[in-house]
Design a protein around this ligand. Structure first.
Ligand SMILES: C[S@@+](CC[C@H](N)C(=O)[O-])C[C@H]1O[C@@H](n2cnc3c(N)ncnc32)[C@H](O)[C@@H]1O
Length: 257
């Protein structure tokens, strides 16, 4: 698919995936965990502040969009501080929720928050690009605010593998807007707001050193139609999406036939 609205980059999705790996593989392997260890204690508050409260609103919309039944096995990938898992359990207490994240620090905060609310979420420390679960194990898989840090084709293929036939994948993330004007405004906002948030919360050097990465990984990321195309390419069916605010955020639902 030719994309002519991408500013510095006009790439089809699979070439973009290669370019993302080429540019970010070193950071994903060596630096990201340290940054999330630093961010963990103030991640929830900072992300809501940096998004002017929209992050929490989008999360609630995402959680409400997920079809749940008692007894469902749910996997929240890149669960961070367990906001999605806790929201799902508040809606339907009879769920079997498992959280996977690579960061012990983010999951430490998340497990503390779940326990304090009397909610049970199993925690697995592991890599979303190689999920340590058997084939066809989950009814629902969720992934929010994290895909830009992943090898998307690998992670989405793994998610499809661990879903039961008929199971649903729900995705929500900050995406690359298709409009060049929206993209420029968005990058300008991110470049301005990350240092302000960093100063306000006393970010450590692990996070400061990645402030260009946190902007660049969105600039290099997929647009909402490209995520749809990738999900279909991987073999999902019934892919639907809903974009917000000029495509800077979108929710996708995809079914494993
Ligand atoms: C921005 S946080 C999002 C957390 C949560 N999903 C939310 O909605 O608030 C990104 C999370 O992705 C995790 N992460 C990044 N790369 C990962 C990987 N390869 N495998 C597992 N987790 C990863 C980070 O540790 C971090 O907790």
């Amino acid at each position: 698919m030719e994309n002519t609205n991408t500013g510095s980059l006009a790439l089809d999705p699979l070439s973009r995936e290669w370019a993302r790996k080429y540019e970010f593989a070193g950071i994903w392997e060596s630096n990201l965990d340290d940054a999330f260890s630093d961010l963990a204690p103030y991640y929830d508050f900072a992300s809501n502040l940096a998004s002017l409260g929209l992050c929490g609103r989008w999360r609630e919309q995402f959680i409400s969009s997920i079809a749940l039944r008692p007894g469902y096995k749910v996997l929240d990938v890149c669960a961070g501080t367990n906001a999605v898992g806790m929201g799902l359990l508040r809606r339907q207490p009879d769920l079997d929720v498992c959280a996977i994240d690579r960061s012990k620090a983010m999951q430490g905060v998340g497990q503390g928050r779940a326990r304090a609310r009397g909610l049970k979420i199993e925690s697995v420390i592991g890599d979303a690009n190689h999920l340590p679960f058997p084939d066809g194990h989950f009814d629902v898989v969720t992934l929010q605010w994290a895909t830009r840090h992943l090898r998307v084709v690998d992670a989405f293929s793994e998610i499809r593998r661990v879903l039961k036939p008929g199971g649903c994948f729900y995705h929500c993330d900050m995406l690359r807007p298709e409009s060049r004007v929206v993209q420029t405004l968005y990058s300008t906002y991110l470049k301005a707001c990350l240092p302000v948030t960093g100063l306000a919360f006393g970010s450590g050097p692990e996070t400061w050193s990645l402030r260009d990465y946190f902007v660049r990984c969105v600039e290099m990321f997929y647009s909402a139609p490209e995520i749809t195309e990738l999900l279909r390419h991987i073999g999902f069916s019934g892919v639907s999406s809903r974009a917000e605010v000029g495509g800077i955020v979108a929710r996708h639902k995809a079914v494993k036939a």
